[in-house]
Design a protein around this ligand. Structure first.
Ligand code: PEP
Ligand code: MG
Length: 552
C-alpha cells in the first residue's frame, strides 16, 4: 500500500498502531412527531452544553457551545416545524429532517471557506438528533491503548474529549486547515493531518508513521525513515526553543518577525511567543458571524484593547476584508458570479463606504483613547485587495484625514504587484498577502483542495510577482513585509528575505520555528536561494532548490 499525504495541521512525528473510528449511520426507519423532534433537539443542545462543561481546552469548549447555539437557532426549529406536525407521525423522519437541514447546508457550502467547514457542525447536530429519535446513544471514540486515530471526520466532541494518554495522532480523510480537528489538535499539541484522501483504506492495527509537519502518513515505516523524520522534527524544535527575542540571520542581519492575529487571544499568543509586533490584525472576526454591523463603540473597545496589549510595539491593523472566502452576511448578501474577483476588501468602498468609514473612525478613536491613557503605540493602517494607485491614494487620504500617520496596502493582486512602483508612491508601506497573490497569479481557487499543488507561493510565477513588488518598494525606500501563510514556512521565509522583504508576519504558532531556522542561514544564502528559485520552472523545483541552498 502506498503512503498518503494531506495537510499537516499540527506538527510532530509519531509511530503507532491504527485505531479506525468509522461511525455507523445506519439507523433503519425512524418515526416521530413534531413535538418529539423538537424535544430531542432541545436535548441535543443540552447534552452539548453539559459535555462542554467537562472540557478543559477553551477552543474545544467554545466549539461545543457554538453547536448548542446552532441547535437552538429558531430558524432551524422553524424549518422543521414547516415539514412536520403533531397530528400525523412521520414514518421516515430522517428524510424529512435531512430536507429541513439541507437548506442550511447548501447556504453554508455556497459561501465556502470558514462557513463551508461549519457544515460539519450541522451534520453533527443532525446525527445526534436522529440517534436520539432512534433511541441510540451516539458512538464514542473509546481508546484503551496508545493508538493513532484514523477517521473520516471527528466531531468536536470526539476530538475534545480524547484520552490524551492514548491518542498519539489524528489522521482525517476530510476537513481543511480550519476544521475543528485542526483547531483542537493544535490546542492539544498532538500531531494531526486533515484532508488525507484514501487513508480510510488503512486497516486496524497496521503500524504507521504520522508526520504532522509535512502532512505525510507512511505505512510500516523503515527504521531509517522513522529516524530521519524524528531527527528532523527534533532539530526543528531544538532550534525553535534555543532562541528568543527579535529575529536575525546567522550573520546578524535583523529580520522583523511579527504575528498575525484576529482576536485578543491571538494577540496574547503573539506576546507569549515573543513577536515584535502584529503584522496583520484581521478585523473580520468581529463582523463575520453577525447579522448587523458592530457598533463604533464595540469596535473601538476591541481595537483599543489590541493597541493597549501591544503597547510600545508595532501593530498593522487591516480594514475589513469582507467578501469571497470571508463573506459577511449583512454586507455580501448579493450573489456574485465570481466572488473572489468581485466586490471584496477595499472595493467595498463602492457599495458600503459608510461601513469602511465608520471602521476607520473607530480605529482613529481607539488610537486617541489609548494615547490619552498614556500608552505608547505604533499603529499602521492597511487596506486589503488594492489593485490600483487610485485606490491606494483614496485609502491613504482617508487615513491621513483622521490624524493617523501610516497608511499602507496589501499587495495581493497581480495588478498591485506589477504596478507596485506607482501604487506604493501613494502610501507609506506594503504587505504582501501571499495567500491571495498565489490564488490570483495562478488563477486557482485558494479554497479548492484539488488545486492546492498549484495555489502555492513556491510557484516561481508567484515568486516573480513578489520580487517585482519588493524591488519597487526598495527603490522607493518603503517598507514591505509578507503576511500570508508563506511567511510561516521556514525555507520560504528565507527565500522571501532574499527577495527583499524586510518583515515576516505569521501565525504565532509558526514564529519559533521560523526564528530558529533564519538564525541558521546567512543573507548570502537567502539571496542565492531567491535568485535560484526565480529561474525554476515549477513549485517542486523551487522548493528543492531552496532546500539545497538553505538546508532542511
Ligand atoms: C493573504 O491574502 O495572504 C492574507 C494575508 O490575507 P487573507 O488570508 O486574510 O486573505
Ligand atoms: Mg488576502
Amino acid at each position: 500500500m502506498n503512503d498518503f499525504s494531506g495537510t499537516g495541521v499540527s506538527p510532530g512525528v509519531v509511530i503507532g498502531k491504527v485505531q479506525r473510528f468509522i461511525q455507523s449511520k445506519n439507523f433503519g426507519a425512524v418515526s416521530a412527531s413534531l413535538s418529539q423532534v423538537l424535544d430531542q433537539l432541545e436535548n441535543v443542545a443540552n447534552d452539548l452544553e453539559i459535555r462542554a462543561k467537562d472540557i478543559e481546552l477553551e477552543s474545544a469548549r467554545e466549539i461545543l457551545l457554538a453547536q448548542a447555539l446552532i441547535a437552538r437557532d429558531p430558524a432551524l426549529s422553524e424549518a422543521i416545524s414547516l415539514r412536520l406536525s403533531d397530528e400525523v407521525i412521520d414514518p421516515d423522519v430522517r428524510s424529512t429532517l435531512e430536507d429541513a437541514f439541507s437548506g442550511f447546508r447548501d447556504a453554508l457550502m455556497a459561501v465556502g471557506g470558514y462557513f463551508a467547514e461549519r457544515v460539519a457542525d450541522l451534520d453533527e447536530i443532525a446525527h445526534r438528533l436522529i440517534s436520539k429519535l432512534a433511541g441510540r446513544e451516539v458512538e464514542q471514540l473509546n481508546l484503551t491503548k496508545p493508538r493513532i486515530i484514523i477517521a473520516e471526520d471527528l466531531t468536536p466532541a470526539d476530538t475534545a474529549s480524547l484520552n490524551l494518554e492514548f491518542a498519539l495522532a489524528l489522521v482525517i480523510s476530510k476537513g481543511g486547515p480550519t476544521s475543528h480537528t485542526a483547531i483542537v489538535a493544535r490546542g492539544l499539541g498532538i500531531p494531526a493531518i486533515v484532508g488525507c484522501a484514501g487513508v480510510l483504506d488503512i486497516q486496524e492495527d497496521v503500524e504507521i508513521l504520522v508526520d504532522g509537519r509535512d502532512g505525510v502518513v507512511v505505512i510500516n515505516p523503515s527504521n531509517e525513515e522513522v529516524a530521519r523524520r524524528q531527527s528532523r522534527e527534533s532539530s526543528f524544535r531544538a532550534r525553535a526553543e534555543a532562541i528568543r527575542g527579535p529575529g536575525f540571520l546567522r550573520d546578524g542581519t535583523p529580520v522583523t518577525l511579527l504575528a498575525n492575529a484576529g482576536s485578543l487571544d491571538d494577540v496574547e499568543m503573539a506576546i507569549k511567543v515573543g513577536a515584535e509586533g502584529i503584522g496583520l490584525f484581521r478585523t473580520e472576526l468581529l463582523f463575520l458571524d453577525r447579522h448587523s454591523e458592530p457598533s463604533i463603540e464595540e469596535q473601538v473597545h476591541l481595537y483599543a484593547s489590541v493597541f493597549t496589549s501591544m503597547a510600545g510595539k508595532k501593530i498593522i491593523i487591516r480594514t475589513l476584508d469582507a467578501g469571497s472566502d470571508k463573506p459577511v452576511p449583512f454586507i455580501n448578501a448579493e450573489v456574485e458570479a465570481n466572488p473572489a474577483l468581485g466586490v471584496r476588501g477595499w472595493r467595498l468602498v463602492r457599495t458600503n463606504e459608510v461601513i469602511l468609514n465608520r471602521q476607520l473612525d473607530a480605529i482613529a478613536n481607539a488610537a486617541v483613547q489609548v494615547k490619552n491613557n498614556g500608552v505608547q503605540f505604533d499603529i499602521w493602517v492597511m487596506a486589503p485587495m488594492i489593485s490600483t494607485p487610485a485606490e491606494a491614494k483614496e485609502f491613504a487620504s482617508k487615513v491621513y484625514s483622521l490624524g493617523l500617520k501610516n497608511a499602507g496596502v496589501m499587495i495581493e493582486t497581480p495588478a498591485a504587484s506589477l504596478h507596485a512602483d506607482k501604487v506604493l508612491k501613494e502610501v507609506d508601506f506594503a504587505s504582501l498577502g501571499t495567500n491571495d497573490l498565489s490564488q490570483y497569479v495562478m488563477a486557482s481557487d485558494r479554497l479548492d483542495a484539488r488545486l492546492s499543488d498549484m495555489t502555492t507561493t513556491w510557484h516561481p510565477a508567484v515568486l516573480r510577482a513578489i520580487s517585482i513588488a519588493a524591488k519597487s518598494a526598495k527603490k522607493l525606500g518603503k517598507p514591505i513585509g509578507v503576511c500570508g501563510e508563506s511567511a510561516a514556512n521556514p525555507q520560504l521565509a528565507a527565500v522571501l528575505i532574499g527577495l527583499g522583504v524586510d518583515s515576516l508576519s505569521m501565525a504565532p504558532s509558526a514564529l519559533a520555528d521560523v526564528r530558529g531556522f533564519l538564525a541558521q542561514v546567512t543573507s548570502e544564502q537567502c539571496l542565492k536561494a531567491a535568485k535560484g528559485v526565480l529561474d525554476t520552472s515549477s513549485a517542486e523545483e523551487a522548493r528543492d532548490l531552496a532546500i539545497s541552498k538553505l538546508g532542511n
